[in-house]
Design a protein around this ligand. Structure first.
Ligand code: NAD
Length: 267
């Protein structure tokens, strides 16, 4: 596991959604990036040394403003991370992201926005993407992430707030199915990306594909090359573990969004 060294002068780095899957994975890795990691979630968690916990519902604008005050950077992982009924998605991923950017406007600092590959889920797996193509979300969740990416752009254009819009593939310890041989992002590579996002002198508002090394990937990160982020981990050692489904119309091997293509619109 990579343990990052202290960043340039960061006193307090906020991680929203810290109780979630990625939050748990990155907390120890990011510990050295700031003197204090401010962890936040609606779910309680126990803060360790060098950490503080602030409970906050992203849908509560005043609370989010207090949460962000005094922070030098935000890794925004909080929100609904799968497809489901619209109301919780709206509260966490739409109202929540609006609240976050208003809070960052009051307390200007850089943001890493955890966007998703599901903003382009309706591209086929034989298509190659740079990041500037029209979005083709595969779910209400994917649409909410498009909204988040656009909020980031709006606050960049209007107020100069810098955001890395990271379209995360699949962040887990090891790739767990055949599709993830193209989408896997190792926790260490994600931590390295966080370090670069807060270290580069000029960030702007790029789209970054959050994916580790893969010989069968769909995404080209060359436009974000100036970040100096080079994924170090590779899916190749895992490639023989999975067999592709024989049906070429199986969403796992047809669409970039994989199983999300089969999701209904939930009531
Ligand atoms: N894990 C992946 O592979 C992956 C892939 C693409 C995108 N992402 C994005 O990265 C982020 C982190 O993913 P994850 O897998 O850790 O998700 P997760 O669901 O495990 O964690 C999300 C956290 O957000 C919190 N949360 C939900 N609603 C909230 C609200 N209204 N206010 C405050 N907190 C709230 C949850 O309690 C949870 O702890 C998410 O935004 C997700 O959409 C993750």
């Amino acid at each position: 596991m990579i343990l990052l060294k202290r960043g340039r002068g960061m006193e307090r780095l906020l991680i929203t959604g810290a109780a979630g899957g990625m939050g748990r994975l990155v907390r120890p890795r990011l510990a050295g990036l700031a003197r204090i990691l401010r962890l936040s979630d609606v779910t309680e968690l126990e803060a360790g040394p060098g950490e503080e916990f602030v409970a906050c519902d992203l849908a509560d604008g005043a609370a989010v403003r207090e949460l962000v005050a005094g922070c030098n950077g935000v890794v925004h992982l909080g929100g609904i991370s799968v497809e489901g009924p619209f109301d919780p998605i709206r509260e966490a991923n739409i109202t929540g992201v609006y609240n976050l950017y208003e809070a960052v406007r009051a307390n200007p600092c850089r943001v890493l926005f955890a966007s998703s590959n599901h903003v382009v889920g309706y591209y086929r797996q034989d298509q190659r993407l740079k990041g500037y193509e029209p979005t083709l979300p595969d779910s209400l969740y994917g649409v909410s992430k498009v909204f988040g990416e656009q909020m980031a752009l709006l606050y960049w254009q209007k107020f100069g707030i810098e955001t890395a819009r990271v379209r995360i593939g699949s962040c887990e310890d090891e790739p767990s199915d055949v599709r993830r041989l193209a989408t896997w992002l190792s926790p260490d590579d994600f931590a390295r990306l966080v370090e670069r996002v807060f270290a580069v002198p000029r960030l702007g508002c790029p789209v970054v594909w959050g994916v580790s090394q893969t010989s069968t990937g769909w995404w080209d990160n060359s436009d974000a090359g100036y970040l100096g982020w080079e994924p170090q981990d590779s899916v190749e050692p895992f490639r023989n573990r999975f067999e592709a489904p024989h049906d070429p119309d199986d969403p796992l091997v047809k669409w970039q969004g994989g199983a999300f293509i089969r999701e209904p619109i939930y009531k």
